[in-house]
Ligand binder design. Structure first.
Ligand code: C5P
Length: 413
């Protein structure tokens, strides 16, 4: 996405121990192809040097409102408007207060007042400063003006206290920035007003309190689908098994462990217009998980009786008042990919199956790329190998087109 125009942000780094995390954030942003122009406040410069920010960003660092060279090269108005998004990370209580009241007494605050771009803030401060009614009132005002917040997180703070106030992790801020950038850039929201549920990740089926049966699903494809549907304006519930991924921004995430919990969470998310089942649900579960850890000093190996798990995709596809307008499943196959996908479509009763080859060497499970074939009764279409994110965007666009023209649900060109 975004060919032709490299997206860029203005990153304002204010004072605080957490300022060191801005280096990691810039590195992650650049890895994602997002340009960063750093702005450092005087107190920020007490914690991180302009040289380290410039080196990582590959850009000049702006610090002074009245620096002649800066003003001739680029006025502060220009600087505040050429980026797609203005990010303040870390943001102190002080800059939040200034932003709320329109104070512009240095370069950072002047840029914030002069910008016509969306603003995203990642606060970091002592827990008492965060909880102070003044900060909370400022927060409410800024939110009502459309400023987006990432964090703060709760935890142990540099000052030794515990509670909310820790800067969100760089990957969480990155996710927030990506969500804000795509909202800012696309403007097109064909799924506005639509509700979607996406299942994702593996399920863990307990054998005893410490062991479970699971699988290698990373949850990447499902999460990318949730994000792509969100980017097109859908209100998305992501129902995810255990993964190592950072929770996506702007999506309601419900974390579950077992297939039965996933089914209950899906039913709780209904009614929806769109259901995409990308989870690798365990087909079987131990019938009676042991209440105590199974000991190896028993007679021989334990015999574990298994029962079949409900098929969530099939359950969602059943006719009824709550059946989503479009139900999409995935089929991971190691051979006869299309043949098996067609059979699965009939068996499950869903509208589309996205079949992917997960045979050894395909690199799909746990990897970041996928080769998908979209299969429906009326035909099929093979997509070239692409990143899971691009595949998710293509799927979301296809879903949006199809819902906009319900007569063609299932008709594939
Ligand atoms: O039958 P199989 O597991 O290959 O089907 C894969 C599709 O069915 C995926 O979309 C998966 O999310 C869904 N599924 C499910 N509940 C199950 C098993 C699979 O929703 N118990």
């Amino acid at each position: 996405m975004g060919v032709g125009h490299q997206q860029s942000i203005l990153l304002i780094v204010t004072g605080g121990i957490a300022a060191y995390k801005s280096i990691e954030l810039i590195r992650r942003l650049r890895e994602e192809g997002i340009g960063v122009t750093p702005v450092l406040t005087a107190s920020g410069a007490e914690f991180v040097t302009p040289l380290s920010l410039a080196a990582i960003a590959g850009e000049k660092v702006y610090q002074d409102l009245f620096s002649l060279t800066d003003e001739t090269e680029m006025g502060h108005i220009e600087l505040s408007r050429r980026a797609d998004l203005v990010v303040v990370a870390p943001a102190t209580a002080n800059i939040l207060a200034k932003l709320t009241h329109g104070i512009a007494d240095d370069l950072a605050t002047t840029l914030l007042l002069a910008t016509d771009k969306p603003v995203l803030v990642a606060p970091a401060m002592n827990v008492r400063m965060w909880e102070h009614p003044a900060t909370q009132a400022n927060l409410a005002t800024l939110k009502s003006r459309g400023v987006t917040f990432v964090g703060p997180n709760s935890g142990e703070m540099a000052c030794g206290e515990f509670g909310p106030g820790r800067l969100a992790e760089p990957l969480e801020i990155l996710a927030g920035i990506q969500a804000a950038l795509s909202t800012a850039s696309s403007g097109r929201k064909p799924l506005e007003g639509r509700r979607a549920l996406v299942t994702s990740g593996p399920t863990h089926e307990p054998l005893d309190p410490v062991r479970f049966l699971g699988n290698r699903s990373s949850g990447r494809q499902g999460q990318a689908v949730a994000e792509a549907l969100r980017d097109l304006g859908a209100e998305v519930t992501l129902i995810s098994g255990p993964t190592h991924l950072t929770e996506p921004h702007g999506v309601t995430t419900v974390k579950i462990e077992t297939a039965l919990q996933m089914l209950a969470a899906c039913q709780g998310a209904l009614p929806v217009d769109i259901a995409v089942c990308a989870a690798a649900v365990a087909d079987w579960r131990p019938e009676k998980p042991s209440g105590q850890k199974i000991k190896k000093d028993g007679p021989g190996a334990p015999e574990i009786a298994m029962v079949q798990n409900p098929d969530i995709l099939a359950a969602l596809s059943k006719d009824g008042a709550d059946r989503p307008a479009l139900v999409v499943g995935f089929a991971a196959e190691t051979e006869k990919v299309l043949e098996h996908a067609r059979a699965k479509l009939r068996k499950k009763g869903c509208d589309w199956i996205l079949a992917n080859d997960v045979s050894d060497g395909s690199g799909t499970f746990g990897g970041s790329e996928n080769t998908l074939h979209l299969v429906h009764d009326a035909g099929e279409e093979s997509w070239p190998r692409m990143s899971k994110k691009d595949a998710a965007r293509r799927l979301a666009e296809k879903i949006a087109d199809t819902l906009a023209n319900p007569a063609v649900i299932g008709e594939i060109e």
